[in-house]
Design a protein around this ligand. Structure first.
Ligand code: 5GP
Length: 206
């Protein structure tokens, strides 16, 4: 009998674009219909962060053991720390027919694209490059050289947009959340995703 597998939803985008804020807002909404995959990291917990809720906090040795045992769907280093997605949790949740939501940086998202080509890849983008630049300049904390290198990095990260299915502009957090929910709903109706079930229905299997 046909068993529906959940959808793997990946939200990624340039650093500083507001991925974490958008993800947290999505999961405060009562109608959120997907499960957040809590990542593993070697960075230290920030004030108020809870092990198992915000991240699974690991030592470098523990994390490298997970890599070695192939227990991560993807992993990357970001500002000197490891971050990765637990493979068992993702598989078990998808197998149970529930959607899984990952909020990860771009290097890890590229690995997931390779391994799970039928996932849903959403790129969160700044309203414009100049808005990102203005934000960096406006902070007034970085030297001109640092701002230049940040902008160059942001440009490179924006180039990675072509690995994604959808681009969501983060002009306002609640608008970005509405767009993401609309994309997920539409994706469930995509012909390629539903036709297998109907084919089996036509063949009298369900
Ligand atoms: P933070 O330290 O600010 O919580 O996260 C730093 C960056 O790591 C953010 O861009 C966040 O999206 C990313 N990140 C969080 N979890 C994962 C993960 O499991 N894998 C990857 N590749 N990146 C992650």
């Amino acid at each position: 009998m046909y068993k529906k597998r959940g959808l793997l939803i990946v939200l990624s985008g340039p650093s500083g674009v507001g991925k974490g804020t958008v993800r947290k807002e999505l999961f405060t909404q009562p109608n959120t219909n997907y499960e957040y995959s809590v990542s593993m990291t070697t960075r230290s917990p920030r004030e108020g962060e809870v092990d198992g809720t915000d991240y699974f906090f690991k030592t470098k040795e523990e994390f490298e053991q997970l890599i070695e045992e192939g227990r991560l769907l993807e992993y990357a280093q970001y500002v000197g720390n490891y971050y990765g997605t637990p493979l068992d949790y993702v598989n078990a949740t998808l197998d149970a027919g529930r959607d899984v939501f990952l909020e990860i940086e771009v290097v890890g998202a590229a690995q997931v694209r390779e391994k799970v080509p039928d996932g849903l890849f959403i790129f969160l983008a700044p309203p414009s490059l100049s808005a990102l630049e203005d934000r960096l300049i406006g902070r007034g904390t970085e030297s001109a050289d640092v701002i230049k290198s940040r902008v160059t990095k942001a440009r490179d990260e924006l180039e990675m947009m072509n690995l994604y299915d959808y681009v969501v502009e983060n002009d306002e957090v609640h608008h970005a959340c509405d767009r993401i929910n609309a994309i997920v709903t539409a994706e469930h109706c995509r012909r390629e995703r539903v036709e297998k079930r109907y084919r089996q229905m036509l063949e009298g299997e369900c």
